[in-house]
Design a binder for this molecule. Structure first.
Ligand SMILES: [Mg+2]
Length: 108
């Protein structure tokens, strides 16, 4: 998987605004968690059915998409600051999950 284009775009956006000094790993990890909290606010107190109904409203769907994007943006920048290749990390974790939960054993 290739996340490099996204990473480069986010870093360029950040650097053009002089925000790099604030993007320490701790700040980015906290920011990702804060944005995840903002995402969860959309689901708090809602039933599965209410969420599926609400998502049909384009404005609500965009608001939720914005929060998902915020989380991904901060996690991508965190991986960048830690020198983690996100594509490699996801591939490696998927491989580990596949070994832990082999398809042949599902349903046993
Ligand atoms: Mg947000």
């Amino acid at each position: 998987m290739d996340f490099r284009e996204l990473e480069e775009k986010l870093v360029a956006f950040r650097d053009a605004r002089g925000w790099a000094e604030y993007h320490k790993p701790k700040n980015l990890a906290i920011s990702a968690a804060v944005e995840l909290g903002e995402l969860l606010e959309h689901f708090q107190w809602e039933s599965d059915w209410e969420i599926l109904k609400a998502i049909k409203d384009p404005a609500k769907k965009e608001a939720i998409a914005d929060e998902i994007a915020d989380v991904i943006i901060y996690l991508t920048l965190l991986a960048h600051e830690l020198g983690i290749d996100l594509g490699e990390a996801v591939e490696r974790k998927l491989r580990k999950n596949g070994e832990k939960y082999p398809v042949e054993k599902i349903g046993e």
